[in-house]
Write a protein that binds this ligand. Structure first.
Ligand code: SF4
Length: 281
């Protein structure tokens, strides 16, 4: 990459970063203000800052080239639910589809959470998505609406998705649990064991290239590990249950709302997501 190209890439990345913070509602960094009319991050948006450039600007750099090698820090020997087979029987439904999975779920009473939920939150989005986001469980807004990630945290997730140039409808969003735990407590092992086979079937049908897990319970539940998110965050994980699908753990948007200082790390993770999908396209 020439110095000119490096400068262009740096300017473009900086503009994207500022736009991400702007979309999160952060416009004041002490003496630094982000203009409200920050243009969309496009080649044209960065062109005025690089007046010497006359040729078309390149697609954003493929950070896949500098991405660290995949690390699988999940111990092979540990299985949270006592299942070690690569594919659980629930996954092996011939001619499976999201419609069939929803029908099989029915008015589910497989764990105790059915007693307190209002609506099952099955998941939504593109049935052929390359990218899935998986959280731990529905909250109050999701329980009321039957849709995943529609509350404040969901709005932030939508902004995070848009910050990497996707639309919400491009991706698929689901949770480990499909019923809300009382008081938004973490999923319990028996609940996860009852519910997660349906998520596995959803993953098997959608076959995304990348799953982003949001927060500790979702990461530990999906990867069937006790390793915490502080160790796994931002590192691509192999997913033995679904060979060929990568998992990238990051912070839950609700945590980012409580800890805005973590948004910078989340942005680094999002850039890896974008680079991975560009590189794998
Ligand atoms: S959490 Fe899952 S297994 Fe439990 S009742 Fe709801 S849908 Fe059924």
């Amino acid at each position: 990459m020439t110095p000119q190209e490096e400068l262009r890439a740096l300017l473009q990345e900086t503009a994207e970063h500022l736009r991400y913070y702007q979309e999160l509602g952060i416009t004041n960094f002490g003496e630094i203000f982000i203009p409200q009319d920050l243009p969309a991050v496009t080649a044209e948006a960065t062109r005025p800052m690089t007046q010497a450039v006359s040729e078309p600007l390149p697609i954003p750099p493929k950070e896949i080239e500098t991405m660290p090698e995949t690390k699988n820090t999940v111990p092979d020997s540990f299985s949270l639910f006592g299942e070690t087979a690569p594919l659980a029987p629930e996954q092996q439904v011939s001619d499976d589809s999201l419609e069939k999975i929803r029908a099989d779920l029915g008015d589910c009473q497989r764990c105790k959470l059915w007693k307190t939920r209002t609506n099952i939150v099955f998941g939504e989005g593109n049935a052929k998505a390359d990218l899935m986001f998986i959280g731990e469980a529905p909250g109050a807004d999701e329980d009321a609406s039957g849709r995943p990630f529609v509350g404040r945290a969901g709005q932030l997730l939508t902004k995070m998705i848009e910050a990497i140039n996707f639309k919400r409808e491009d991706v698929y969003i689901a949770n480990i649990l499909k019923s809300r735990p009382p008081d938004n407590r973490n999923p319990e092992a028996d609940e996860t064991k009852s519910c997660i086979p349906f998520l596995f079937r959803q993953i098997a049908v959608i076959r995304p290239k990348l799953i982003v897990t949001l927060g500790n319970p979702a990461t530990q539940g999906l990867l069937e590990t006790k390793v915490g998110i502080t160790k796994l965050r931002g590192e691509f994980q192999d997913y033995p249950r679904f060979p060929g699908i990568k998992v990238l753990p990051t912070f839950h948007p609700a945590y980012l709302l409580r800890s805005p200082d973590k948004k910078r790390e989340a942005w680094e993770d999002l850039k890896k997501v974008r680079a991975f999908l560009q590189g794998g396209a």
